[in-house]
Design a protein around this ligand. Structure first.
Ligand SMILES: Nc1ncnc2c1ncn2[C@@H]1O[C@H](COP(=O)(O)OP(=O)(O)OP(=O)(O)O)[C@@H](O)[C@H]1O
Length: 764
C-alpha cells in the first residue's frame, strides 16, 4: 500500500492515481500519507467519490452560470450603468444611502462617490458652501473644521436588495480586460437587475436616484463652462461649480430694469408662451444683451437670473481659445432644453467686423455655391487681414460672425433657452448680431453713481439674516465689534427661538439690529458723497470696501486716500493700454505694408515671366523689376524710398505712371491671352489715366465688365467670377494708393487678370 503513496517524480513504481492528483491538488500525497499513517484512512478507497464530487462541482458551476445567463437574458431585466456618465454619480449616491450598502461586510469607503473617468465628473462634489461648520443646539458655531463625510458602497460581487417589494441585484464587477491606464471607475462595471421582463422598477429606481441627486443642488446655481476634454480635445460642458444662488437683490441695478427683466423671462418661460410661439411658427428663444464697462455686474446679473429661475448656466467666453466655430456648434448641440447660455465678450476680434466687411473680403463665398470654382479664393482669404489695413479677420478655425449667427439660429440651438450676451463695447458689435430676434432686450450697465455707491456700501455692511461675523484680527473698530456681538446674538435668537417668553428679547434685538442698519445707512450716505459719481465701477468700489469689510468707519475715513491711489493706478493703466495699442497699430501697419509690397512684386514678376514669351522687349520693365526684386524685404525698400528727396518722388511716380499707362495694360492683356494655359479676357470700363495724370489722380473707381467666358484649354470652358476680379482690382488699387507705389489702375487691372487666371487654373 505504501508503494502507491510514493510521491511522483521518484521514478518507480509508476504513478498511482492519488499521486496524479498532486498535479491537481498540490500536497495531496502528503495529506494522504498523513491520513494513512496516523488515522489509518486509505484515501484510495475514496478516490472515486472524490472525483465524482469534483466533477459534480465543476458541472454545477458550469450549469449554474449557463442557467443564470439564460435566465438573465430571458427572464430578467438589467440596466448597465456607464461609468463615464453622470448617471453613475447619481446611482452611486443613491446606493450609498441604502441599507444593503450600510450592512455590507465588505465595502468600499469613499469621500467622493463620483466617477473618476473624467476629472470634471470627479470634481462634481464641489460643495463649496459645505465648509464643515458645526453649531451647537443654540446655533452658535462650535467648530469650523473642514470635514468630508464618508460614503460606503458594496464591493465587487452581487448584492441582493428589496426595492418597492421587488428583489433586485446590484452587481459590481471588474471588466475582463484591464488597462493600466484605466481610472478607478473604468475598472468596474455596474448593473442592476430585477426578475421579470418589465424593467419599470429599474427605471423608477434610476429616476429616484436622479431626483435625489438633483435635490442636493436645488438651492444652488450649477455653472458649466465650455472646455475641451480628453486627448481628442473634444468640446464639452464641464460642470465647474455649484454655487449658492445669488439673490437678485444683491445685484445693484435700476429696480425697474430688474423688474422688467424678470417679468420678461418669466413670461418667456411660461409653457403657454412656448405654445404661442409654436402656433405662430416663431423660433422659441429669447436673447438679452448686457453691456457696459468691466466690473459693473453683467456676469453677476446673469448668475442671479439663472439662480432665480432655477436653471443651469452654461458659459462660454468667445475670447477663449475654445471658441472656434466647430467647438461652439458642438457645445450648442449638447445644451439642455431649458437653460441660460451666457456668451461673454461678444466683441471679440473676428466678430467685430461687420458682415459687409466680410462679404467684401471673402468676395464670392456667400454668393456662390460650394461647387463654384471661384470659392477657392474666399476660403483662404478668410484667414488674412484685409490688405491695406481694415478690421482683422478671424484666423482659420476661429469664430466668424456668420459662423456665430448660424450657431445662434441653427438647428443645433435648442429652443427654450435664455441667451445672454455680454460685451464691454456695444459700438463694436455688428447690427446683425444684436437685431431683434437675437437680442430682444438690452440692459445697460454703468459705473457707480451716488445711489449705487451707497447701495454697495449697504450691501457690504448691513447685517443680513444668517450672517456669522466672527471678529477678525485687525478689526479695530470698537463700535463694529460691539455690532458683531449683537448681531451674532440676533442671529442665534432668530435661528432657534427657545420659547415664547424669549419673544420680547428677540424684539429688543431686532430693534438693535435696526439701529445698526440705520447707522450703516448714515455711513453709506457719507461714503457715497465722497466718491465722485460715474468714475469707478461697482467692482472697484466693492474691492476697496472688502479691504475694510469689518470696519465701515475705516472705509469712510480712508476713502479720500483710496481715491488718490485708484486714480493714479487708473491713469497708469490707461497709459499702458494706449502704449500697447500704439505698438500694435504700428506693427499691423508695418506688416500690411510689407505684405502689400511683396504682393505687388510677385504680381510684377509673374507679368514679366509671361512677357518673356513676348517678342517685344521693354527695358523700363526690367528696371522696375530690378528695383522691386531687391525690395523683397519691405523695410529695405522703405529705406531706399526714404533716401529719395521729396521732390523726386512725384516725378518718379509720374514717370512710372506714364510707363505703366495704356501700353502696359495692353501688353498684360496680350500676355494673358497668349499664355498657353487658361486665358481670361477682362474688359476695363474706366480708361486708364495717362502720364502725370496717373500719378496725380487718386486711383479711380475701376469696373470690370462681366466678360465671364474663358477658354481654358481644348474642351474646357471655365467661368470666372467677375465680382471677385472686381474686388481684387479695387483692393489692389487701394493698396497701391496707400503705399505710394505709383501703380496705375491699368497695372492693377492687368495683375488682376493674371491672378484670376491662376485661380481658375487651380480650380479647374
Ligand atoms: N451692479 C452690481 N451689483 C452688485 N455687485 C456688483 C455689481 N457690479 C459689480 N459687482 C461686483 O463686482 C464683481 C465683478 O462683477 P461682474 O463680474 O458681474 O462684472 P462684469 O460686468 O461681468 O465684468 P466683466 O465685463 O469684466 O466681465 C462681482 O464680485 C460683483 O459682485
Amino acid at each position: 500500500m505504501n508503494e502507491t503513496l510514493i510521491p511522483p517524480g521518484t521514478g518507480e513504481p509508476p504513478l498511482s492515481p492519488i499521486a496524479m492528483l498532486d498535479f491537481l491538488f498540490p500536497g495531496f500525497t502528503l495529506l494522504a500519507n498523513f491520513l494513512q499513517t496516523n488515522l489509518g484512512i486509505n484515501l484510495n478507497l475514496y478516490l472515486p467519490v472524490l472525483l465524482s464530487l469534483s466533477f459534480v462541482a465543476a458541472a454545477w458551476r458550469y450549469l449554474s452560470s449557463y442557467l443564470s445567463d439564460l435566465m438573465e437574458s430571458h427572464l430578467m431585466s438589467v440596466v448597465d450603468v456607464r461609468t463615464d456618465d453622470e448617471i453613475y454619480n447619481m446611482l452611486m449616491g443613491w446606493v450609498a444611502q441604502q441599507t444593503f450598502s450600510q450592512g455590507a461586510r465588505r465595502f468600499v469607503a469613499n469621500t467622493n462617490l463620483n466617477s473618476r473617468v473624467y476629472w470634471w465628473m470627479w470634481a462634481m462634489s464641489d460643495d463649496d458652501d459645505d465648509d464643515g461648520t458645526e453649531v451647537d443646539e443654540t446655533g452658535a458655531v462650535v467648530s469650523k473644521k473642514k470635514k468630508k463625510a464618508l460614503a460606503y458602497t458594496p464591493t465587487f460581487g452581487s448584492h441582493w436588495f428589496i426595492y418597492k417589494r421587488r428583489l433586485l441585484i446590484f452587481r459590481r464587477t471588474q471588466p475582463s480586460t484591464q488597462s493600466p491606464f484605466y481610472t478607478t471607475s473604468e475598472r468596474e462595471e455596474i448593473s442592476i437587475s430585477c426578475f421579470g421582463r418589465n424593467p419599470w422598477v429599474l427605471k423608477e429606481l434610476l429616476n429616484e436616484a436622479r431626483q435625489m441627486y438633483l435635490k442636493r443642488d436645488e438651492a444652488k446655481t450649477l455653472i458649466y463652462r465650455g472646455a475641451l476634454k480628453g486627448t481628442g480635445m473634444e468640446p464639452t460642458w464641464q460642470r465647474c461649480m455649484a454655487r449658492t444662488s445669488r439673490p437678485f437683490s444683491t445685484v445693484i441695478l435700476n429696480e425697474d430694469v430688474k423688474k422688467k427683466l424678470i417679468e420678461d423671462v418669466t413670461d418667456y418661460l411660461n409653457p403657454a408662451t412656448r405654445r404661442w410661439y409654436a402656433n405662430r411658427g416663431i423660433p422659441y428663444r429669447r436673447g438679452y444683451l448686457l453691456w457696459g464697462p468691466p466690473g459693473t455686474g453683467k456676469s453677476s446679473l446673469s448668475l442671479a437670473l439663472a439662480g432665480f429661475f432655477k436653471m443651469r448656466i452654461y458659459i462660454v467666453s468667445l475670447s477663449s481659445m475654445t471658441a472656434t466655430e466647430e467647438n461652439l456648434a458642438s457645445l450648442f448641440a449638447e445644451l439642455p432644453r431649458r437653460c441660460v447660455v451666457l456668451l461673454e465678450d461678444i466683441d471679440t476680434a473676428g466678430l467685430t467686423h461687420t458682415r459687409e466687411d466680410k462679404d467684401k473680403n471673402t468676395s464670392s463665398s456667400s454668393d456662390t455655391s460650394p461647387t463654384d470654382s471661384t470659392a477657392v479664393v474666399s476660403s483662404t482669404d478668410l484667414a488674412k487681414s484685409p490688405p491695406g489695413g481694415g478690421k482683422p479677420l478671424p484666423l482659420p478655425g476661429r469664430l466668424s460672425l456668420s459662423g456665430l449667427l448660424n450657431i445662434l439660429d441653427g438647428v443645433a440651438s435648442q429652443e427654450g433657452r435664455v441667451l445672454i450676451m455680454t460685451t464691454n463695447h456695444l459700438e463694436k458689435l455688428d447690427k446683425a448680431l444684436i437685431r431683434p430676434g437675437r437680442v430682444d432686450m438690452q440692459v445697460k450697465f454703468d459705473k457707480a453713481d451716488q445711489d449705487m455707491t451707497a447701495a454697495i456700501f449697504r450691501a457690504i455692511y448691513a447685517p443680513l439674516e444668517g450672517d456669522d461675523l466672527p471678529s477678525l484680527p485687525g478689526a479695530n473698530s470698537p463700535a463694529l465689534t460691539a455690532l458683531e456681538k449683537k448681531l451674532n446674538k440676533v442671529a442665534i435668537a432668530t435661528a432657534t427661538p427657545v420659547s415664547d417668553q424669549d419673544k420680547k428679547d428677540k424684539e429688543d434685538k431686532e430693534r438693535e439690529k435696526q439701529k445698526i442698519i440705520d447707522k450703516v445707512d448714515a455711513l453709506a450716505s457719507e461714503f457715497a458723497a465722497k466718491v465722485p459719481p460715474m468714475e469707478f465701477s461697482p467692482a472697484e468700489i466693492q474691492g476697496f470696501l472688502l479691504k475694510n469689510k469689518r470696519n465701515p468707519e475705516a472705509a469712510v475715513a480712508g476713502v479720500e486716500e483710496w481715491l488718490v491711489v485708484a486714480r493714479k493706478e487708473q491713469k497708469e493703466r490707461e497709459i499702458e493700454q494706449a502704449k500697447k495699442k500704439e505698438e500694435e497699430a504700428k506693427k499691423a501697419a508695418k506688416k500690411a505694408a510689407k505684405k502689400a509690397k511683396k504682393k505687388a512684386a510677385a504680381a510684377k514678376k509673374r507679368r514679366k515671366g509671361r512677357k518673356g514669351d513676348n517678342t517685344e522687349s521693354d527695358d523700363d520693365d526690367d528696371e522696375d523689376s530690378a528695383a522691386e526684386s531687391d525690395g523683397s524685404d519691405g523695410e529695405s525698400d522703405e529705406g531706399s524710398e526714404g533716401s529719395e528727396s521729396e521732390e523726386e518722388k512725384p516725378k518718379k511716380k509720374a514717370k512710372k505712371g506714364k510707363k505703366m499707362g495704356g501700353k502696359k495694360e495692353k501688353k498684360a492683356k496680350v500676355a494673358a491671352v497668349a499664355a498657353p494655359t487658361p486665358v481670361v479676357e477682362v474688359r476695363v470700363d474706366t480708361p486708364p489715366p495717362s502720364g502725370s495724370e496717373a500719378a496725380a489722380t487718386p486711383v479711380p473707381e475701376l469696373k470690370l465688365e462681366p466678360v465671364a467666358v474663358v477658354v481654358a484649354a481644348p474642351n474646357k470652358t471655365m467661368t470666372i467670377d467677375t465680382k471677385k476680379a472686381n474686388e481684387e482690382v479695387v483692393e489692389k488699387a487701394e493698396v497701391s494708393g496707400d503705399s505710394g507705389y505709383g501703380a496705375t489702375p491699368a497695372e492693377v487691372t492687368a495683375s488682376a487678370v493674371v491672378e484670376t487666371t491662376k485661380v481658375e487654373e487651380v480650380a479647374a
